[in-house]
Design a protein around this ligand. Structure first.
Ligand SMILES: [Zn+2]
Ligand SMILES: [Zn+2]
Length: 244
């Protein structure tokens, strides 16, 4: 084998190696979802940004940003990560989860994804704004109705829409099976559950939702709740005082 041939072969090996590493990185990133969490408004609600390293398109779930500084905090995160929201979604329409919707819908020209039966909850939110001295909310007209039993795409991954009523009349949870991620809204919290004393709330329905829709998911599923820290399905099965 001549010197040139040897050099050529080495270059080929190097190229193949670099290509393989690159392909693995692309493969992993394609499947690597990130969930950034922000705690906003007087109710200490968790707003989530779902994104992927490879694409700028992201989703915002339960936009609770209310104060101008909270909007700025979210915006500066999006800017610094070069993210563009292409989906806005609510697990349910209690006031603490919808306060940021109008501004995000206007800024990015987005519809709101929400279960049809949560519209009444949304209308109800204005009882709270009046009571809390907040400016009145307008229920958005541009709504895409979430259908339990279907999947939606967020940040390049498919998320199953699970019907989990009981905290509110038509709460949904979103489950990503490949990475075992769950956005649970106010249905399940770390060692607690959502309150059931608000209109549309029902204790037995809530417990039923958790047992039949959430506790069938793998134990390692990481749960991102509407309030408080994240948890896992396995942890809640063992330690949640409402469910053990
Ligand atoms: Zn709620
Ligand atoms: Zn809440």
């Amino acid at each position: 084998m001549g010197k040139n041939q040897r050099l050529y072969n080495m270059e080929k090996v190097k190229f193949t190696f670099v290509y393989r590493v690159w392909a693995i990185i692309v493969y992993l990133h394609r499947h690597m979802l990130h969930i950034a969490s922000f705690t906003f408004n007087p109710f200490q609600e968790n707003t989530y940004v779902i994104y992927n390293d490879l694409y700028p398109e992201c989703a915002i779930v339960d936009a609770g940003c209310f104060e101008p500084r909270e909007h700025r905090e979210l915006q500066s995160f999006l800017n610094s990560h070069r993210l563009v929201p292409v989906m806005l979604l609510n697990t349910h329409a209690h006031i603490d989860h919808v306060l940021g919707n109008a501004q995000i819908m206007d800024t990015y020209g987005l519809p709101l994804h929400l279960h049809r039966d949560e519209l009444a909850t949304y209308e109800d939110a204005n009882k709270w704004t009046a009571m809390l001295g907040m400016p009145p909310l307008t229920v958005p007209e541009n709504i895409i109705h979430l259908q339990p039993g279907t999947s939606i795409a967020m940040a390049g991954a498919e998320w199953q829409v699970l019907f989990t009523p009981g905290h509110s009349v038509a709460s949904v949870s979103l489950y990503q099976p490949q990475q075992n991620l769950l956005l649970a809204g106010d249905v399940l919290f770390r060692e607690s559950i959502g309150r059931t004393d608000l209109p549309g709330g029902h204790f037995e329905t809530l417990i039923g939702s958790i047992r039949t829709q959430l506790f069938i998911l793998p134990d390692e599923t990481v749960v991102y709740s509407g309030h408080g820290p994240q948890t896992t399905i396995g942890h809640e099965k063992r330690f949640n005082p409402f469910l053990i």
